[in-house]
Design a protein around this ligand. Structure first.
Ligand SMILES: Nc1ncnc2c1ncn2[C@@H]1O[C@H](COP(=O)(O)OP(=O)(O)OP(=O)(O)O)[C@@H](O)[C@H]1O
Ligand SMILES: [Mg+2]
Length: 219
């Protein structure tokens, strides 16, 4: 079952996920889309992964902090999935059941990209765990902001924030993450939209709106 619900041909809600390398413009696009949906009186909930609930945010803290004990890859994967299960049941599912749209900054596409493509964990187990964690709640659309690692690092450096544990991984790691996103988009062309993150924020917003129109979600 997907989140899509229709009532007399009226789209009442959608679960949209935003994926892409650090600095690819996810937050910027979500903010713009939030304002656009507000102007159309569409109720929505904005959230992020890992995190989204107090407990899931605590798990986020464990995942992203740079500490003395580095989690092994399987531990890292399971922490992401634990946080996801909590987030879906406490926040995403209830919002969709209420008829709200959900705009989520990262979801299981990032787990496949980071934990399978970049860390090298096996895809079958990861897909199984992703399905187990979401319990049937899947995104209707995943928007990938595709960006080179060079530009990703440039944008991150311009922010001057301290890098978290994942951001601190080497360029080769992030190249594999990018490949992982693109591979998933290729596997699922109906539910993934790939955008060139070098486009201006205005152009990206226009492309997303065109896609929502094309899918008749704004009617
Ligand atoms: N389309 C764009 N073109 C050029 N710069 C952009 C674009 N979108 C966002 N930026 C700038 O790039 C930086 C990162 O943007 P943003 O925070 O939206 O990315 P993000 O994907 O949310 O990053 P993170 O994964 O680290 O949260 C910001 O300084 C933002 O102003
Ligand atoms: Mg962001």
């Amino acid at each position: 079952m997907t989140a899509l619900l229709w009532s007399s041909k009226k789209k009442v809600m959608a679960f949209i996920v935003f994926e892409g390398l650090d600095g690819s413009g996810k937050s910027t696009l979500i903010k713009a889309l939030d304002q656009e949906l507000e102007s159309k009186n569409i109720s929505r909930m904005i959230t992020r992964e890992p995190g989204g609930t107090p407990l899931a945010e605590e798990i986020r803290g464990l995942l992203l902090k740079i500490g003395d004990e580095k989690p092994v890859d399987r531990c890292e994967l399971l922490l992401y999935e634990a946080s996801r299960a909590q987030h879906v049941d406490y926040k995403i599912k209830p919002a969709l059941q209420k008829g709200d749209w959900v705009l989520c900054d990262r979801f299981y596409g990032s787990t496949v990209a980071f934990q399978c493509f970049a860390r090298g964990l096996d895809r079958e187990s990861t897909d199984w765990l992703n399905n187990y964690a979401v319990g049937g709640t899947h995104p209707d659309l995943t928007i990938l902001l595709d960006l080179s690692t060079d530009e990703s690092f440039k944008r991150q450096n311009s922010r001057n924030d301290e890098k978290d544990r994942m951001e601190s991984e080497p360029t080769e790691f992030h190249k594999k993450v990018r490949e992982g996103y693109l591979a998933q988009a290729n596997e699922n062309p109906e539910s993934w939209l790939v955008l060139d993150a070098m486009d201006s924020p205005e152009k990206l917003q226009a492309k997303v709106l065109a896609e929502l129109e094309r899918r008749n979600w704004l009617k």
